[in-house]
Design a protein around this ligand. Sequence first.
Ligand SMILES: *[C@@H]1O[C@H](CO)[C@@H](O)[C@H](O)[C@H]1NC(C)=O
Ligand SMILES: *[C@@H]1O[C@H](CO)[C@@H](O)[C@H](O)[C@H]1NC(C)=O
Ligand SMILES: *[C@@H]1O[C@H](CO)[C@@H](O)[C@H](O)[C@H]1NC(C)=O
Length: 510
Amino acid sequence: MVLLVPPRFRITALCITFFTTLLTLAAFFYISQSPLPEDEDASDNGGALHRLMSFHAPDLGSWIGLGVDRSEEVRQIRELRETFMTRFPVPEEDTASGRSKNAPALQRLADCIESGTCGEGEETVVILASFHFNNALNGHTSGEDIWALSSIEAFSALNYTLLYSAGPMDTLTLYQGMPDKVAVILWEGGGLKECLARNEDTWQEQEVAHTSGKFQEAEGRFGCMKREGYEEGIPLHKSFTFHFWEGPEHPLGRQFTLAPEDYGAWAKDGKGNHFLGYSIETRCRSVELPSEKLHRGLILGKRKDYFDPESRDFYWPDLLGPTSDAMPSAHNATSGEDVPFELIATAGKNQDGVPEDLFGQKIHNLGPQTQDGWNAILSSSKFLLGIGKPWLSPSPYDALCFGVPFINPVMYWDKENPHDWSKWITQHNALRAVEPPFVYHVQKGNGTQLEDAFRAALESPIDRYIPPNMRKDSVKERHRALVETDWMPWAEAAVEELFTNKGGQFWYGL
Ligand SMILES: *[C@@H]1O[C@H](CO)[C@@H](O)[C@H](O)[C@H]1NC(C)=O
Ligand SMILES: *[C@@H]1O[C@H](CO)[C@@H](O)[C@H](O)[C@H]1NC(C)=O
Ligand SMILES: *[C@@H]1O[C@H](CO)[C@@H](O)[C@H](O)[C@H]1NC(C)=O
């Protein structure tokens, strides 16, 4: 049978075939270009998550070879660089602060767009607005700073362009200079609150010399977050807070509150903040482990007041001396000597060059240490002992990664069911499910258990251990998911759940 098709329809059919083929080719090309997450951990679905939730429109023009004129983008980025340097001048000698890194980063971005040489990820911008990122660059080592350093490492491995902010006005300037390129902003909770509160009545109270917002006077518009009357502000659905603790710290709730630990995995209702997590793997692996450990246990804690036996947060009053005396000494084959066991600490200050005494307890205090010094001391000890504080410190992870077991004190347990760890409150709750010979759990004040744990830890050396969701690749994939997901649907759901369904008003724009 001969199919007679009028010419008019033939052209239409041809056009349809042409465009269908083009779209199919484009789709194949897109799929072949999509990055596959490397080494996806079984416990971590970050990579799959990001592909499922990625709504970024493919740039068809450049794929099918239509050269796109990008000089306007390049011009805007160069202009932002100038604006930023004018509003927030960086002294020449400052080469270490986060702020000093912005102009060079913007330069690199403009240059690579201009020459068409941007690597994958480079055109995605992340604004690091919590001061902990700046601390991390400058070698500070609080728990938050260590977390921040790990995030910088993960984002860098993904090749994103990182910009640092020293306050809401830095952040606003950076965001407004290229709103389409900024994927996410990681705020300090207080900084986000300030940004939310900024308007024509409040801006003057917020004025700080080194991050002044006076430039808004010229525009006659005072604001920071996107809202009615300040539509050019930062949208809340791209804003996340960098928050170490369990509660939500964001108007849009938990999904927008980033967490260093998987709090949701421990919560009875399964609800927790957005688990970003951190890794100490790079830092830890760069430390060479000693071939033999000294016959001693190191106590966790830098502050002298953590060691005060009168404090209700100190878990072993009157127990440390007798317990360490009960430990057998070790025989040193090289020197032929018997070496008594000792507890050491790296706490308090030096007074006249001598480390402070720790409340007359039988603890050999070596005094404050540099990071390298502390690594060397920890890695050559036979265990790390918790005495109550600090909570959730990264140090027990360092210990495990150095092959040093941790003794985790249990402050609360269910008397009926003392082995049910889900009911425990411990110094480091993230380690409750980890068992000996890696982590020993000892009930507060129980000398028998403490002695058993000391003895077992001395007798059972371990290899390096890094919890799976703290391995570098696992952490990297969660950072990728954070940046490459379109969070708008989550934000809309949160507005409904937390505001409109409760009859509340939501003042901000998404
Ligand atoms: C990251 O960027 C650098 C240069 O800017 C490039 O050499 C490297 O291949 C990029 N990495 C990835 C994963 O795209
Ligand atoms: C054993 O003694 C030698 C020589 O005094 C010393 O260098 C070494 O550190 C000691 N080893 C231990 C594990 O105490
Ligand atoms: C200490 O722990 C041991 C072993 O778990 C237990 O038998 C004992 O009752 C505990 N002692 C106190 C005072 O709780």
